[in-house]
Design a protein. Structure first.
Length: 389
Protein backbone atom coordinates (compact mmCIF):
# COMPACT_ATOMS: atom_id res chain seq x y z
CA UNK A 1 0.00 0.00 0.00
CA UNK A 2 1.44 3.37 -0.95
CA UNK A 3 2.06 5.65 2.01
CA UNK A 4 0.58 8.52 -0.01
CA UNK A 5 -2.83 6.81 0.24
CA UNK A 6 -2.74 7.00 4.01
CA UNK A 7 -1.26 10.50 3.89
CA UNK A 8 -4.13 11.68 1.69
CA UNK A 9 -6.68 10.19 4.07
CA UNK A 10 -4.95 11.88 7.02
CA UNK A 11 -4.97 15.24 5.26
CA UNK A 12 -8.70 14.92 4.61
CA UNK A 13 -9.29 13.93 8.23
CA UNK A 14 -7.35 16.93 9.57
CA UNK A 15 -9.07 19.33 7.19
CA UNK A 16 -12.50 17.98 8.13
CA UNK A 17 -12.14 17.62 11.89
CA UNK A 18 -9.29 20.02 12.77
CA UNK A 19 -7.07 17.44 14.43
CA UNK A 20 -5.02 14.35 13.64
CA UNK A 21 -6.35 10.81 13.51
CA UNK A 22 -5.44 8.62 16.48
CA UNK A 23 -5.49 5.29 14.64
CA UNK A 24 -6.28 3.72 11.30
CA UNK A 25 -8.24 0.67 10.18
CA UNK A 26 -8.16 -1.11 6.86
CA UNK A 27 -10.37 -3.92 5.60
CA UNK A 28 -9.82 -5.62 2.24
CA UNK A 29 -12.21 -6.30 -0.56
CA UNK A 30 -12.78 -9.88 -1.56
CA UNK A 31 -13.02 -11.80 -4.76
CA UNK A 32 -14.66 -15.19 -4.92
CA UNK A 33 -12.62 -17.79 -6.76
CA UNK A 34 -15.56 -20.17 -6.98
CA UNK A 35 -18.79 -20.89 -5.11
CA UNK A 36 -21.30 -18.27 -6.21
CA UNK A 37 -24.78 -18.03 -4.67
CA UNK A 38 -23.99 -21.09 -2.56
CA UNK A 39 -23.40 -19.22 0.71
CA UNK A 40 -27.04 -18.48 1.51
CA UNK A 41 -27.85 -22.07 0.56
CA UNK A 42 -25.57 -23.28 3.39
CA UNK A 43 -23.02 -24.56 0.89
CA UNK A 44 -19.31 -24.13 0.18
CA UNK A 45 -17.35 -21.11 -1.03
CA UNK A 46 -13.72 -20.32 -1.82
CA UNK A 47 -13.07 -16.56 -1.64
CA UNK A 48 -9.85 -14.60 -1.10
CA UNK A 49 -9.24 -11.11 0.20
CA UNK A 50 -7.47 -8.78 -2.24
CA UNK A 51 -4.99 -5.98 -1.66
CA UNK A 52 -7.51 -3.22 -2.31
CA UNK A 53 -8.97 -1.66 0.81
CA UNK A 54 -11.56 0.43 2.57
CA UNK A 55 -9.55 2.59 4.97
CA UNK A 56 -10.65 4.61 7.97
CA UNK A 57 -8.78 7.33 9.84
CA UNK A 58 -10.40 7.62 13.28
CA UNK A 59 -10.16 9.58 16.51
CA UNK A 60 -12.20 8.92 19.68
CA UNK A 61 -13.96 11.95 21.14
CA UNK A 62 -15.58 12.89 24.43
CA UNK A 63 -18.87 13.64 22.68
CA UNK A 64 -21.70 11.15 22.20
CA UNK A 65 -21.73 11.56 18.42
CA UNK A 66 -20.37 9.32 15.68
CA UNK A 67 -19.30 11.48 12.73
CA UNK A 68 -18.04 9.82 9.57
CA UNK A 69 -17.09 11.56 6.33
CA UNK A 70 -16.92 9.52 3.10
CA UNK A 71 -14.43 10.93 0.61
CA UNK A 72 -15.95 9.05 -2.33
CA UNK A 73 -19.39 10.58 -1.80
CA UNK A 74 -18.27 13.88 -0.23
CA UNK A 75 -20.90 13.39 2.47
CA UNK A 76 -20.86 13.24 6.25
CA UNK A 77 -23.18 11.39 8.60
CA UNK A 78 -23.76 12.04 12.30
CA UNK A 79 -25.22 9.38 14.58
CA UNK A 80 -25.89 9.22 18.29
CA UNK A 81 -23.52 6.80 20.02
CA UNK A 82 -26.34 5.97 22.44
CA UNK A 83 -29.11 5.64 19.84
CA UNK A 84 -27.44 5.03 16.45
CA UNK A 85 -30.69 3.72 14.97
CA UNK A 86 -32.20 7.20 15.02
CA UNK A 87 -31.95 9.49 12.03
CA UNK A 88 -31.92 9.03 8.28
CA UNK A 89 -28.60 8.74 6.46
CA UNK A 90 -27.61 8.26 2.80
CA UNK A 91 -27.27 4.76 1.43
CA UNK A 92 -23.52 4.43 2.08
CA UNK A 93 -24.03 5.58 5.67
CA UNK A 94 -26.53 2.83 6.42
CA UNK A 95 -23.71 0.28 6.48
CA UNK A 96 -21.98 2.20 9.28
CA UNK A 97 -25.29 2.91 11.01
CA UNK A 98 -26.24 -0.77 10.77
CA UNK A 99 -23.01 -2.01 12.34
CA UNK A 100 -23.30 0.60 15.11
CA UNK A 101 -26.81 -0.67 15.88
CA UNK A 102 -25.63 -4.30 15.80
CA UNK A 103 -22.79 -3.56 18.20
CA UNK A 104 -25.14 -1.79 20.61
CA UNK A 105 -27.57 -4.69 20.49
CA UNK A 106 -24.65 -7.04 21.24
CA UNK A 107 -23.93 -5.12 24.44
CA UNK A 108 -21.10 -2.88 23.23
CA UNK A 109 -21.10 0.61 24.67
CA UNK A 110 -20.13 2.95 21.85
CA UNK A 111 -17.84 5.91 22.41
CA UNK A 112 -18.01 9.08 20.33
CA UNK A 113 -15.68 9.17 17.36
CA UNK A 114 -14.85 11.03 14.18
CA UNK A 115 -13.73 9.20 11.08
CA UNK A 116 -12.78 9.70 7.44
CA UNK A 117 -13.59 6.84 5.06
CA UNK A 118 -11.51 6.32 1.93
CA UNK A 119 -9.46 3.67 0.20
CA UNK A 120 -8.78 2.19 -3.21
CA UNK A 121 -11.44 -0.54 -3.33
CA UNK A 122 -13.88 0.02 -6.24
CA UNK A 123 -17.46 0.57 -5.10
CA UNK A 124 -20.19 -1.58 -6.68
CA UNK A 125 -17.82 -3.84 -8.63
CA UNK A 126 -18.79 -7.03 -6.83
CA UNK A 127 -15.70 -6.88 -4.59
CA UNK A 128 -17.60 -6.65 -1.29
CA UNK A 129 -17.00 -2.99 -0.57
CA UNK A 130 -20.08 -3.09 1.69
CA UNK A 131 -18.64 -5.90 3.82
CA UNK A 132 -15.29 -4.08 3.97
CA UNK A 133 -17.03 -0.91 5.21
CA UNK A 134 -19.01 -2.87 7.80
CA UNK A 135 -16.05 -4.79 9.18
CA UNK A 136 -13.76 -1.74 9.14
CA UNK A 137 -16.40 0.36 10.92
CA UNK A 138 -16.97 -2.36 13.53
CA UNK A 139 -13.25 -2.67 14.23
CA UNK A 140 -12.95 1.12 14.42
CA UNK A 141 -15.89 1.58 16.79
CA UNK A 142 -14.66 -1.21 19.06
CA UNK A 143 -11.11 0.17 19.10
CA UNK A 144 -12.33 3.71 19.78
CA UNK A 145 -14.27 2.43 22.79
CA UNK A 146 -11.38 0.25 23.99
CA UNK A 147 -13.57 -2.81 23.51
CA UNK A 148 -12.76 -6.07 21.78
CA UNK A 149 -14.67 -8.83 20.06
CA UNK A 150 -13.30 -11.80 18.08
CA UNK A 151 -13.06 -11.16 14.34
CA UNK A 152 -15.40 -14.06 13.65
CA UNK A 153 -18.06 -12.45 15.87
CA UNK A 154 -17.49 -9.10 14.16
CA UNK A 155 -18.12 -10.76 10.80
CA UNK A 156 -21.39 -12.27 12.00
CA UNK A 157 -22.54 -8.92 13.41
CA UNK A 158 -21.69 -7.26 10.10
CA UNK A 159 -23.74 -9.81 8.17
CA UNK A 160 -26.67 -9.25 10.50
CA UNK A 161 -26.38 -5.50 10.06
CA UNK A 162 -26.51 -5.80 6.28
CA UNK A 163 -29.41 -8.23 6.31
CA UNK A 164 -31.57 -6.55 8.96
CA UNK A 165 -30.65 -2.88 8.64
CA UNK A 166 -29.59 -2.37 5.03
CA UNK A 167 -31.98 -4.94 3.58
CA UNK A 168 -29.63 -7.24 1.63
CA UNK A 169 -30.14 -10.83 2.77
CA UNK A 170 -26.52 -11.76 2.13
CA UNK A 171 -24.70 -14.85 3.26
CA UNK A 172 -21.75 -14.62 5.64
CA UNK A 173 -18.98 -15.30 3.10
CA UNK A 174 -18.04 -11.69 2.42
CA UNK A 175 -17.75 -10.59 6.03
CA UNK A 176 -15.84 -13.69 7.17
CA UNK A 177 -13.36 -13.31 4.32
CA UNK A 178 -12.83 -9.61 5.01
CA UNK A 179 -12.23 -10.40 8.67
CA UNK A 180 -10.26 -13.66 8.60
CA UNK A 181 -8.29 -13.83 5.34
CA UNK A 182 -4.61 -14.80 5.25
CA UNK A 183 -2.05 -13.47 2.73
CA UNK A 184 -1.40 -15.81 -0.18
CA UNK A 185 -4.40 -17.99 0.64
CA UNK A 186 -8.04 -18.48 -0.25
CA UNK A 187 -10.55 -19.16 2.53
CA UNK A 188 -12.44 -22.44 2.18
CA UNK A 189 -15.68 -21.87 4.08
CA UNK A 190 -18.48 -24.23 4.97
CA UNK A 191 -21.40 -21.82 5.22
CA UNK A 192 -23.45 -24.24 7.32
CA UNK A 193 -20.95 -24.95 10.09
CA UNK A 194 -18.83 -21.80 9.51
CA UNK A 195 -15.75 -24.02 9.60
CA UNK A 196 -12.86 -22.37 7.73
CA UNK A 197 -9.60 -23.56 6.24
CA UNK A 198 -6.90 -21.51 4.55
CA UNK A 199 -5.94 -22.96 1.16
CA UNK A 200 -2.66 -21.80 -0.39
CA UNK A 201 -2.83 -20.30 -3.87
CA UNK A 202 -0.08 -21.51 -6.22
CA UNK A 203 2.68 -18.86 -6.50
CA UNK A 204 2.79 -19.04 -10.34
CA UNK A 205 -0.64 -17.39 -10.64
CA UNK A 206 -2.06 -13.99 -9.81
CA UNK A 207 -5.65 -12.79 -9.40
CA UNK A 208 -6.85 -10.25 -11.95
CA UNK A 209 -10.12 -8.45 -11.29
CA UNK A 210 -11.64 -7.37 -14.60
CA UNK A 211 -14.15 -4.64 -13.74
CA UNK A 212 -16.76 -4.20 -16.47
CA UNK A 213 -17.61 -0.69 -15.31
CA UNK A 214 -21.28 -1.67 -15.05
CA UNK A 215 -22.48 -0.99 -11.53
CA UNK A 216 -25.29 -2.79 -9.80
CA UNK A 217 -27.12 -2.56 -6.50
CA UNK A 218 -27.88 -5.82 -4.76
CA UNK A 219 -30.93 -4.26 -3.13
CA UNK A 220 -32.53 -3.32 -6.46
CA UNK A 221 -31.30 -6.38 -8.36
CA UNK A 222 -32.74 -9.86 -8.55
CA UNK A 223 -30.49 -11.04 -5.70
CA UNK A 224 -33.29 -11.41 -3.17
CA UNK A 225 -35.45 -12.97 -5.88
CA UNK A 226 -32.84 -15.70 -6.37
CA UNK A 227 -32.83 -16.37 -2.65
CA UNK A 228 -36.60 -16.72 -2.68
CA UNK A 229 -36.42 -19.13 -5.60
CA UNK A 230 -33.97 -21.34 -3.70
CA UNK A 231 -36.21 -21.31 -0.63
CA UNK A 232 -39.20 -22.31 -2.75
CA UNK A 233 -37.21 -25.15 -4.28
CA UNK A 234 -36.42 -26.45 -0.80
CA UNK A 235 -40.13 -26.33 0.09
CA UNK A 236 -40.96 -28.47 -2.95
CA UNK A 237 -38.15 -30.95 -2.32
CA UNK A 238 -38.99 -31.43 1.36
CA UNK A 239 -42.27 -33.01 0.33
CA UNK A 240 -40.20 -35.78 -1.24
CA UNK A 241 -37.35 -35.86 1.25
CA UNK A 242 -38.18 -34.25 4.62
CA UNK A 243 -34.53 -34.08 5.76
CA UNK A 244 -33.70 -31.44 3.13
CA UNK A 245 -33.38 -28.10 4.93
CA UNK A 246 -31.25 -26.28 2.33
CA UNK A 247 -30.00 -26.96 -1.18
CA UNK A 248 -26.70 -27.88 0.45
CA UNK A 249 -28.32 -31.20 1.35
CA UNK A 250 -28.39 -32.31 -2.29
CA UNK A 251 -25.47 -33.92 -4.13
CA UNK A 252 -25.06 -34.18 -7.91
CA UNK A 253 -26.38 -37.74 -7.74
CA UNK A 254 -29.62 -36.29 -6.36
CA UNK A 255 -30.32 -34.12 -9.39
CA UNK A 256 -32.91 -36.56 -10.84
CA UNK A 257 -34.99 -35.69 -7.77
CA UNK A 258 -35.20 -32.10 -9.00
CA UNK A 259 -37.09 -33.04 -12.16
CA UNK A 260 -40.28 -32.44 -10.18
CA UNK A 261 -39.44 -28.73 -9.79
CA UNK A 262 -41.03 -26.12 -12.02
CA UNK A 263 -38.77 -23.79 -13.97
CA UNK A 264 -36.79 -21.77 -13.13
CA UNK A 265 -36.50 -23.51 -9.75
CA UNK A 266 -35.01 -26.63 -11.31
CA UNK A 267 -32.23 -24.68 -12.98
CA UNK A 268 -31.55 -22.60 -9.88
CA UNK A 269 -31.21 -25.81 -7.88
CA UNK A 270 -28.96 -27.41 -10.48
CA UNK A 271 -26.59 -24.45 -10.31
CA UNK A 272 -26.29 -24.54 -6.52
CA UNK A 273 -25.80 -28.31 -6.35
CA UNK A 274 -23.19 -28.44 -9.09
CA UNK A 275 -21.44 -25.30 -7.82
CA UNK A 276 -20.99 -26.84 -4.37
CA UNK A 277 -19.35 -29.83 -6.06
CA UNK A 278 -17.11 -27.52 -8.09
CA UNK A 279 -15.89 -25.79 -4.92
CA UNK A 280 -14.86 -29.10 -3.37
CA UNK A 281 -13.13 -30.13 -6.60
CA UNK A 282 -11.34 -26.76 -6.82
CA UNK A 283 -10.00 -27.05 -3.26
CA UNK A 284 -8.67 -30.52 -4.05
CA UNK A 285 -7.11 -29.29 -7.30
CA UNK A 286 -5.40 -26.33 -5.58
CA UNK A 287 -3.97 -28.61 -2.93
CA UNK A 288 -2.28 -30.72 -5.61
CA UNK A 289 -1.33 -27.72 -7.76
CA UNK A 290 -3.55 -28.77 -10.68
CA UNK A 291 -4.25 -25.44 -12.36
CA UNK A 292 -5.70 -27.00 -15.51
CA UNK A 293 -8.52 -28.50 -13.47
CA UNK A 294 -9.04 -25.21 -11.62
CA UNK A 295 -9.41 -23.41 -14.96
CA UNK A 296 -11.94 -25.96 -16.21
CA UNK A 297 -13.97 -25.54 -13.01
CA UNK A 298 -13.95 -21.73 -13.31
CA UNK A 299 -15.31 -21.93 -16.83
CA UNK A 300 -18.00 -24.43 -15.81
CA UNK A 301 -19.00 -22.16 -12.93
CA UNK A 302 -19.46 -19.21 -15.27
CA UNK A 303 -21.56 -21.24 -17.70
CA UNK A 304 -23.80 -22.36 -14.86
CA UNK A 305 -24.20 -18.83 -13.53
CA UNK A 306 -25.09 -17.63 -17.02
CA UNK A 307 -27.45 -20.42 -18.07
CA UNK A 308 -28.93 -21.90 -14.88
CA UNK A 309 -28.79 -18.99 -12.44
CA UNK A 310 -29.18 -16.25 -15.05
CA UNK A 311 -27.15 -13.56 -13.33
CA UNK A 312 -24.84 -12.61 -16.20
CA UNK A 313 -25.27 -9.64 -18.52
CA UNK A 314 -23.71 -8.79 -21.92
CA UNK A 315 -20.87 -6.77 -20.37
CA UNK A 316 -19.86 -9.71 -18.18
CA UNK A 317 -20.00 -12.06 -21.17
CA UNK A 318 -17.81 -9.69 -23.17
CA UNK A 319 -15.25 -9.51 -20.37
CA UNK A 320 -15.14 -13.28 -19.84
CA UNK A 321 -14.67 -13.82 -23.57
CA UNK A 322 -11.89 -11.22 -23.69
CA UNK A 323 -10.11 -12.74 -20.69
CA UNK A 324 -10.37 -16.31 -21.94
CA UNK A 325 -8.80 -15.27 -25.24
CA UNK A 326 -5.86 -13.48 -23.64
CA UNK A 327 -2.35 -14.88 -23.00
CA UNK A 328 -1.78 -16.59 -19.66
CA UNK A 329 -5.44 -17.03 -18.67
CA UNK A 330 -5.96 -20.16 -16.57
CA UNK A 331 -9.71 -19.52 -16.32
CA UNK A 332 -12.24 -16.72 -15.88
CA UNK A 333 -15.75 -16.32 -14.49
CA UNK A 334 -18.05 -13.61 -13.24
CA UNK A 335 -17.50 -13.02 -9.54
CA UNK A 336 -19.93 -11.67 -6.99
CA UNK A 337 -23.68 -11.69 -7.29
CA UNK A 338 -23.71 -10.82 -10.99
CA UNK A 339 -25.99 -8.35 -12.79
CA UNK A 340 -22.87 -6.23 -13.38
CA UNK A 341 -19.60 -5.82 -11.55
CA UNK A 342 -16.47 -7.80 -12.29
CA UNK A 343 -14.94 -10.94 -13.72
CA UNK A 344 -12.18 -12.84 -11.94
CA UNK A 345 -9.35 -14.27 -14.02
CA UNK A 346 -6.64 -16.56 -12.71
CA UNK A 347 -3.54 -15.63 -14.71
CA UNK A 348 -0.01 -16.91 -15.16
CA UNK A 349 2.16 -14.38 -13.33
CA UNK A 350 4.74 -14.27 -16.13
CA UNK A 351 2.10 -13.30 -18.72
CA UNK A 352 0.11 -10.78 -16.67
CA UNK A 353 1.15 -7.67 -18.67
CA UNK A 354 0.18 -9.28 -21.97
CA UNK A 355 -3.05 -10.53 -20.40
CA UNK A 356 -4.03 -7.05 -19.21
CA UNK A 357 -3.25 -5.39 -22.55
CA UNK A 358 -5.04 -8.01 -24.64
CA UNK A 359 -8.11 -8.27 -22.39
CA UNK A 360 -8.52 -4.49 -22.11
CA UNK A 361 -8.40 -4.03 -25.89
CA UNK A 362 -10.73 -6.93 -26.64
CA UNK A 363 -13.28 -5.83 -24.04
CA UNK A 364 -13.37 -2.27 -25.35
CA UNK A 365 -13.87 -3.48 -28.92
CA UNK A 366 -16.70 -5.78 -27.87
CA UNK A 367 -18.51 -3.51 -25.41
CA UNK A 368 -17.56 0.04 -26.31
CA UNK A 369 -16.52 0.56 -22.68
CA UNK A 370 -12.98 0.77 -21.29
CA UNK A 371 -13.26 -1.52 -18.30
CA UNK A 372 -10.60 -1.61 -15.58
CA UNK A 373 -8.23 -4.47 -14.85
CA UNK A 374 -6.76 -4.75 -11.36
CA UNK A 375 -3.87 -7.13 -10.70
CA UNK A 376 -4.24 -8.38 -7.13
CA UNK A 377 -2.51 -10.49 -4.54
CA UNK A 378 -4.39 -12.46 -1.88
CA UNK A 379 -4.27 -10.24 1.22
CA UNK A 380 -4.77 -10.39 4.98
CA UNK A 381 -8.02 -9.50 6.71
CA UNK A 382 -9.00 -6.40 8.68
CA UNK A 383 -6.42 -4.78 10.94
CA UNK A 384 -5.82 -1.72 13.14
CA UNK A 385 -2.77 0.49 12.79
CA UNK A 386 -1.95 2.81 15.64
CA UNK A 387 -0.74 6.39 15.15
CA UNK A 388 0.80 7.53 11.89
CA UNK A 389 1.09 5.16 8.93
Amino acid sequence: MASSDWAFLDRIFRARFGTAAAFHVQAPGRVNLIGEHTDYNEGFVLPAAIDRYIRLAVRPTSESALRFYAIHFDEEITLSADHPDRGRVPAWGRYIQGIAVALREAGVRLRGATGAVGGNLPIGAGLSSSAAVEVAAAVALLHAGEAARPLREIALLAQRAEAEFVGVRCGVMDQLTVALARPGHALFLDCRTLATEHVALPPPVVLVVCDTGVRRSLISSAYNERRDECARAVEHLRRLRPNITALRDLAPDDLPLTECLPEPLRRRTRHVVTEDARVLDAVAALRRGDLDTVGTLLRASHASLRDDYEVSIPALEAMVSAAEGAPGCVGARLTGAGFGGAVLALVDRTAVDAFVDTTSSAYQRASGMPGTLIVCEAARGAEVREGSV
